[in-house]
Design a protein around this ligand. Structure first.
Ligand code: C2E
Ligand code: CA
Ligand code: CA
Ligand code: CA
Length: 270
């Protein structure tokens, strides 16, 4: 009934979270969790995805689904993703020194950043200053921005590729990117959204979709990563479809750097 009051409440709430998040960045209240992506063909850890976490002063964890969309409406997202990138580079150096050979790190990028033509140079400087080769970094991008500013985003993607960064199309199949657009995107991998993985063992149609994405990846020489794999039957269908890069709770939850080093010595799969 009282829509205006509701809107005002949510605006107030948003602003409060923005202010708190601003302090969180300064107080080092953000940290990263790493979820492994395994290559089940070779049995090795192919990559880890860096996932940002925010611990409030009272100890509660705020899920990224709650604060990332708010941060995206302000400049905060740029600061967050810069912090994430820098921390992920430092941690990658630690992991490689611990025997995780050839490991890559996937970093989520807010869609709006791909419209920033200065992004490639900013990331080049940041990674160079931390001694990390851009080819060890895969930038995860969702389809949203591609639809809004295709030319601009594709140009930034090409510039990033020229510098050696990899690009991974996240939540593939959820947006509206057409196949003709996919043809011209300089990407190195696609991540099959977990909504297609969930019902794989029982839904013929989901199986058809996943088979098609995996086949597309093979023909286009793109890696296909399945996310949200929680059960052995899901894994079996994916394996049968030829999908070998697997991420999900079945193999590992997102872990702190310390836990990652302890649970997977030298990056061997479970
Ligand atoms: P996403 O990029 O699709 O990340 C995967 C999400 O799925 C993560 O949630 C992960 O914990 C969860 N997940 C992984 N395996 C499973 C599984 O087997 N089952 C289920 N049910 N879930 C699984 P998380 O960490 O809460 O992140 C949510 C979203 O927040 C991410 O979705 C991403 O869009 C965003 N996000 C996270 N970190 C960052 C960041 O550093 N920067 C930006 N811009 N966005 C981020
Ligand atoms: Ca590898
Ligand atoms: Ca992601
Ligand atoms: Ca995803």
């Amino acid at each position: 009934p009282n829509l205006l009051a509701q809107q005002q409440a949510s605006i107030a709430q948003r602003l409060a979270i923005e202010t708190e998040l601003h302090h969180a960045l300064q107080d080092n209240a953000l940290f990263l969790a790493y979820q492994p992506i395994f290559d089940i063909a070779s049995g090795s850890m192919h990559a880890v995805e860096a996932l940002v976490r925010w611990r409030r002063q009272d100890g509660t964890l705020v899920p990224p689904d709650l604060f990332i969309p708010i941060a995206e409406q302000s400049h905060l997202i740029v600061e967050i993703d810069q912090w994430v990138m820098a921390q992920a580079c430092r941690d990658l150096a630690t992991l490689r020194a611990a025997g995780f050979d050839g490991l890559k790190v996937h970093v989520n990028m807010a869609a709006t950043e791909f419209a920033n033509s200065a992004l490639p140079e900013e990331l080049r400087q940041l990674t160079a200053s931390l001694g990390v080769d851009p080819s060890n970094i895969s930038l995860e991008l969702t389809e949203g921005m591609l639809m809004k500013h295709p030319e601009q985003v594709v140009r930034v993607m090409h510039d990033l590729r020229k510098l050696g960064f990899e690009i991974s199309l996240d939540d593939f199949g959820m947006g509206h990117s057409s196949l003709s657009m996919l043809k011209n995107l300089p990407i190195s991998s696609m991540k099959v959204d977990r909504s297609f993985v969930r019902d794989l063992p029982t839904q013929e149609r989901d199986r058809a979709i996943v088979n098609t994405i995996v086949g597309l990846g093979q023909h286009m020489r793109l890696d296909v990563i399945a996310e949200g794999v929680e059960t052995l039957p899901q894994l079996a269908v994916l394996r049968e479809a030829g999908c070998t890069l697997i991420q999900g709770f079945l193999l590992s939850r997102p872990l702190s750097l310390q836990d990652l080093l302890v649970q997977f010595p030298e990056g061997k799969s479970p």
